[in-house]
Write a protein that binds this ligand. Structure first.
Ligand code: GLC
Length: 429
């Protein structure tokens, strides 16, 4: 309950205290012409309200600019193909777009180099690894907005009820604890209760979950930064066999069609002991009616390697090369990812920001105690830099193989042998 109140107080006070630090006259509008630009934003379930608020602040500072928010698909790969078909036709329909942290290599040919439009001071304000991520062939193709990383959400009341002193340190411990809690809750009459929910559908989200299982088991990271294919090894086989064993035991059989929002709905309804999700589920969990004051977060458990792994996620802002209003579009991208705007956006979405100095901000620290400025260094990136324009195919081959193991369609050893061959054919040995 205390967390709950704190969030409400913060949300009430922040828009005023933080904005007062921003000199509206200092906002660069890019142009004095009257122009309308489009921004492809979050659908429901994402953060449409936080985006709309940022757009509102920009339009107040720049009354000559209208930013129209278009809702993009919640499914990353669908969103990417929408972008690519528009860009391949050189369409100016989308001026400013959301760019997943894994897409700079894929989208670089279609995104404007933002270096001439953003001050060096602002570029230097971001966590350096994110600027490296967004720089392709010397061009800064996106500006970082927010960071995601995999974390474990757990029910504090249920851990206490079943006599567990701390969240699980290993996947094996999680498996045991989830089973004990699930058995107990079912025996008390909650037939809908499950131990552990996560993202098992065949999509980009499964790539992040599976990468965490694989890395924490010592199986490598799909493709190493040096280009070595790392999927066909006993550690990865064991990691995926363990996860396949969860399906239908501690996780619902339907978990193999779950995305982030399915897991979140289950956890928020009070029907799951543990959930793997991103930081953005934290704020909505705090305000959830059933579990708002009955949960906490912890690092994801360790596998056989002895340490846990969290996949790096997050979203960045890019400008289309085919925009008819590049100055206004780039100015909006810069405004949206400025320290002032990221502070408000980060707190509203409980997502760690890209601007380094914000980690010292007491309001931000209070809103997300798990945020730390070395997040990028301690998380595992997907192999999107090394595979660049091939990343989307690499990920599709990977999550398709993992999905076939989870559903029992394919044996883990066979699936990973075939995956290795497919990756070799795609990337060359
Ligand atoms: C989150 C992450 C993003 C990732 C996606 C997968 O939105 O921020 O990087 O690709 O989840 O579902």
């Amino acid at each position: 309950m205390r967390k709950h109140l704190l969030l409400i107080v913060l949300l009430m006070v922040l828009p005023f205290s933080a904005v007062s630090g921003q000199d509206a006259a200092a906002v660069d509008c890019g142009t004095t012409d009257e122009v309308t630009i489009t921004y492809v934003g979050d659908p429901a379930g994402g953060h449409p309200a936080a985006e709309a608020a940022a757009i509102e602040r920009y339009m107040q500072a720049c009354p000559n600019i209208t930013v129209e928010r278009i809702e993009g698909s919640a499914n990353g790969q669908e969103l990417l193909s929408t972008y690519l078909s528009a860009f391949e036709a050189q369409s100016g329909d989308f001026d400013v777009i959301r760019v997943d942290v894994i897409w700079p290599g894929v989208l670089a040919p279609h995104l404007l180099d933002l270096t001439p439009y953003v001050s060096q001071e602002q570029i230097d304000s971001y966590l350096p690894a994110l600027v490296v991520n967004d720089t392709v062939d010397g061009q800064l193709v996106a500006l970082p907005l927010r960071i995601g990383f995999g974390m474990l959400y757990y029910r504090t009341d249920l851990l206490e009820k079943y006599g567990f002193a701390a969240p699980p340190a290993t996947w094996d411990e999680l498996t045991e604890m989830a089973q004990v809690i699930q058995d107990g809750e079912r025996a008390e009459g909650n037939a809908e209760f499950w131990g552990f929910v996560w993202q098992g559908n065949a999509y980009e989200g499964l790539t992040t979950n599976a990468l965490e299982w694989q890395v924490s088991n010592g199986g490598g990271s799909i493709v190493s930064p040096e280009g070595e294919i790392q999927v066909n090894n006993p550690e990865t086989v064991a990691a995926f066999e363990r996860a396949a064993g969860w399906v239908g035991t501690i996780s619902p059989p339907g978990v193999t069609s779950y995305a982030e929002e399915d897991a979140r709905a289950m956890f928020h309804a009070g029907n799951a002991a543990f959930m793997r999700n991103w930081p953005f589920a934290y704020a909505t969990s705090l305000t959830s009616e059933f579990i708002g004051d009955k949960f906490d977060v912890a690092p994801l458990p360790a596998g056989d390697s002895g340490v846990g792994a969290a996949a790096l996620g997050g979203w960045h802002i890019g400008v289309s090369r085919y925009s008819e209003h590049p100055e206004a579009a780039a100015a909006f991208a810069a405004f949206f990812t400025s320290a002032e705007s990221e502070l408000l956006y980060s707190i509203a979405t409980s997502s760690p920001p890209a601007v380094a100095s914000l980690y010292e901000n007491p309001d931000l620290q209070a809103a997300m105690p798990f945020a730390r400025p070395d997040i990028v260094e301690v998380t595992t990136p997907r192999p999107s830099t090394v595979t660049a324009e091939n990343y989307n195919q690499v990920s599709t081959l990977y999550f398709t193989a993992v999905h076939s193991i989870l559903t029992g369609e394919e044996d883990a050893e066979v699936a990973l042998e075939l995956l290795e061959l497919d990756l070799q054919a795609l990337l060359g040995e």
